[in-house]
Ligand binder design. Structure first.
Ligand code: XMP
Length: 253
């Protein structure tokens, strides 16, 4: 929805392809994070190719930035993760690549966006990973798990943005929720429950290459936890990730 609004505001023609079933089928029983990223990267390209043929398009313009190829093992570095738009690209593709932002970092991308006069909703928008919520569902991706993460992310965003507006804290550089694959035991009313665990993640960073977890006041964490377990009935436990990058990365996979 946010992307649709941004396209309207900036008068960029947008064509939305509903391909979620194809992504879920490709990811069925896939657990390894690198396999997931490669399957997502490949399917993105195949869908772009199909659509490009219909509209006689020959270029794919991507928003690849420096950390994407650096973390994907560029320049002789170790591969941390195959970013879908770099290491996840298939070897052969029927589109020519154009990556105007390839050599710059996130804070520089924001400066370019401001210079171009894009609305703050776009220039200051928090990063969102190309493989989307698939990297926030640890292990196998299913429609049910993606729905849980969508709802949990919406709660984290709403609560932290409200808290920042009320000057209770600084808005983190990136903030979201992720889902663990294993369930834990709890109680609902008087009954035993066996439910999912959600991890809340919020970090301060400049360029995404390193990051520190954000200091979120306890009252806000408590509200997030209560809302997630009340509003998402299949979640029984909420944890806050207090790992910096390194040694963690910002996303779970
Ligand atoms: P990590 O998890 O590597 O993430 O610390 C650093 C930043 O990159 C985003 N991210 C991605 N962006 N394609 C992208 O376009 C990807 O495959 C990808 N993986 C992670 C992540 O959200 C964070 O802002």
């Amino acid at each position: 929805m946010e992307v649709k609004r941004a396209a309207r505001e900036t008068k960029v023609p947008l064509k939305v392809i509903e391909a979620s079933d194809r992504f879920f089928s490709a990811l069925w029983e896939v657990i390894d994070p690198e396999d997931k990223r490669k399957k997502i990267g490949e399917l993105f390209i195949r869908i772009f190719e199909e659509e490009a043929k219909k509209d006689q398009v020959s270029f794919l313009i991507q928003g690849t930035i420096a950390p994407d190829w650096i973390e994907s093992g560029g320049g002789g570095r170790d591969k941390i993760k195959s970013h879908h738009n770099v290491g996840g690209l298939p070897e052969k593709m029927g589109l020519k690549l154009c990556e105007p932002l390839r050599e710059i970092y996130k804070h520089e991308v924001r400066a370019v966006a401001r210079e171009l006069g894009l609305p703050p909703g776009i220039s200051e928008r928090q990063p969102f990973p190309g493989p989307a919520l698939a990297v926030r569902v640890v292990g196998e991706v299913t429609p049910e798990k993606v729905e849980i993460v969508q709802e949990a992310c919406a709660i984290v965003e709403e609560e932290l943005e409200n808290a920042a507006k009320q000057k209770k804290m600084e808005l983190p550089w990136q903030y979201f929720a992720a889902l663990l694959p294993s369930k834990t035991v709890g109680v609902r009313g008087d009954e035993r429950a066996y439910q999912y665990t959600v991890i809340v993640r919020a970090v301060r960073s400049l360029d995404g290459m390193t990051a520190n977890f954000s200091d979120i006041p306890y009252e806000i964490l408590q509200k997030i936890s209560t809302r997630i377990t009340n509003e998402i009935r299949s979640v029984g436990r909420v944890t806050y990730d207090i790992t910096n990058k390194p040694p963690g990365t910002i996303e779970m996979e």
